[in-house]
Ligand binder design. Sequence first.
Ligand SMILES: NC(=O)c1ccc[n+]([C@@H]2O[C@H](COP(=O)([O-])OP(=O)(O)OC[C@H]3O[C@@H](n4cnc5c(N)ncnc54)[C@H](O)[C@@H]3O)[C@@H](O)[C@H]2O)c1
Ligand SMILES: [Zn+2]
Length: 367
Amino acid sequence: MKDIRVNLKKYPYHIIIGRNTIKFLPALLKKLSIGKDACIITNPAIKKRYGSSVSRLLRAAGFSDKFIVVADSEKSKSLACAWRVIRNLAAYDKNKRIFIVALGGGVIGDLSGFIASVYKRGVGYIQVPTTLLAQVDSSIGGKTAVDLKEAKNLIGAFYHPRLVLSDVNFLKTLPKRQIKSGLAEVIKYGLIKDKRLFSFIENRYRDILSADTASLEYIVAASAAIKAKIVSLDEKEEKGIRTLLNFGHTIGHAIEAAGGYLRYNHGEAIALGMVFAADLSQRLRLLNQQAFKRIVELIKDSGLPVSARNISLQKVLNAHYRDKKFRGKRNRFVLINAIGEAKIKEGIPLKLIKKSLQKILLPAYLL
Ligand SMILES: NC(=O)c1ccc[n+]([C@@H]2O[C@H](COP(=O)([O-])OP(=O)(O)OC[C@H]3O[C@@H](n4cnc5c(N)ncnc54)[C@H](O)[C@@H]3O)[C@@H](O)[C@H]2O)c1
Ligand SMILES: [Zn+2]
């Protein structure tokens, strides 16, 4: 079991990672002393699989529990859904000391964190992430959000959980496509900060894809440690340190948007974005050819795409101009000098960006 601390001034918190760590839930909650009445926000599929065991653990330790179930879809990250959950919370919350448990993937985590941040001007919440992506990324760092039709994650706040409890046993029931999606983020951590993690995935990608819990525990812990450190140094993304986590995301987000959020899931789009960023790094003579080849090879081995067909380059370019992280008129990309070493570059010539985009966006005649 691993215990990683996110060092924040106001409410530092712990990330507990391991196999069957869910059994520590009651003891950890007692230590936090954030309330007696657990409101568990989850979706029907996760409730069916894990609801009764979580409920049993809580009740045996004297907590009350109420499940609030939302649909299993990105559409649940909406103000309308948040409103329904809040009405439910308010009806339940009479003479109680409630706290929120986000039991699920990134959709549940982002929605629950957002609700926790606004209900009664903020109630305590914990993250119990059940997808690889949520365990390595979305449950850590306090970014909460719901989507608007204009863009994803447009409404939200920084509001940190009081605890992240990651049990890798949950990942045994996760569909393979979701494992791959989370693995893209893990590869990202390797590329920006940890060449040992990158090599570990090169050696163990087969075990990871078949949900071997020891391998999963290693990659979740290594990734969470990197994210925790970065968030501790630059909580609100003001110092250019947290920006490094955006490696592969500028173009990745644009590809997700250009595909109408249907064609590629987050990890698949990020995989394409990472190939783009590595190619651009090579064109700018930051990264050598051998490292570039290793990156493309690992992304392929992980069952993730390295090129896309029938996605318009212009659409991607247009979407990337709308990136929240754009600084005025100057573009800004996270690139790499080597595997494990990231740097930020601004004002990259459009000609080079287009060339690297052509590397990942294949023209229709190659179909
Ligand atoms: N807050 C952040 O910092 C941050 C970072 C990255 C992504 N995100 C957000 O995360 C969301 C994506 O999260 P996600 O990839 O976890 O998707 P998700 O929450 O939609 O979960 C993916 C699917 O897996 C199912 N599932 C979850 N746990 C399972 C389990 N243990 N066994 C079987 N099935 C299970 C879910 O029901 C769902 O169908 C996006 O909305 C994205 O914007 C947020
Ligand atoms: Zn991401």
